[in-house]
Design a protein around this ligand. Sequence first.
Ligand code: AP5
Length: 229
Amino acid sequence: MSDAIYIRRLKYGDTMNIIFFGPPGAGKGTQADLVSKKLEIPTISTGAIIRNALKNRTKMGLEAKKYTESGALVPDDIVIGIIEERLSDSDCKNGFILDGFPRTVPQAEALERMGIRIDVVLSIELSDEVIVERMSGRRVCPSCAASYHIKYNPPTDGKKCDKCGAELTIRKDDDPAVVKSRLDVYHNETEPLEDYYRKKGILKTVQSQDKVEDTTALTFAALGIEVAV
Ligand code: AP5
């Protein structure tokens, strides 16, 4: 058993359920992946599930397309259904990380109605100006969904995925005009959830740093799992 898992069990028991919260491009997915590997619990990203459904041209993916490509939120009933189904999978038995869910108060209330206990909501904070810069440099792997940044987290050969070798692409919703509307949606519809979880006493905040590893160190400290990262 790794040190991180040992400490996680000591602090939180057999399961640890975490929400990664924050504006688009704050680094939720990047940090969630690192924590997921360290704690051996899955990351569930509604954005990634929707993009995968779109890639496979499923009914849900095609329905969601018009919302994601304009930067709007996909209707609550669709994403709540996605989460309810995914959380029933056996790999969630020791805990999970929700990345990008909930994004509205009705989604948070639906999670409660499912009887899901949340231990920590970790909010990653970053200014809108830096977010716009980060999103313009993001590159993603269309095959395995790994995420890079041309300046801050570049792939080894510049254009191909380190993990699977596929040619990297730019997400359609990283177009600057769409990023602007995603930020508006975040401030209007999602940010109120910070107060919702603060009142429950489970909100922790981390200021996103210029280097991924510096944010990771703060993230682990905020989760109470202070191990070398
Ligand atoms: P989703 O995929 O969840 O997008 P998002 O929340 O907008 O977040 P991102 O994935 O853009 O960013 P991130 O915070 O994970 O940052 P990342 O780690 O990649 O959702 C997409 C769409 O799906 C939504 O707009 C909506 O339409 C729909 N949707 C999803 N969930 C929904 C829900 N619950 N309800 C309704 N609709 C929903 O980092 C960004 C970049 O910065 C990367 O290039 C990374 O390499 C770089 N970077 C990260 N950390 C650092 C650092 N510390 N320093 C420098 N660079 C860094």
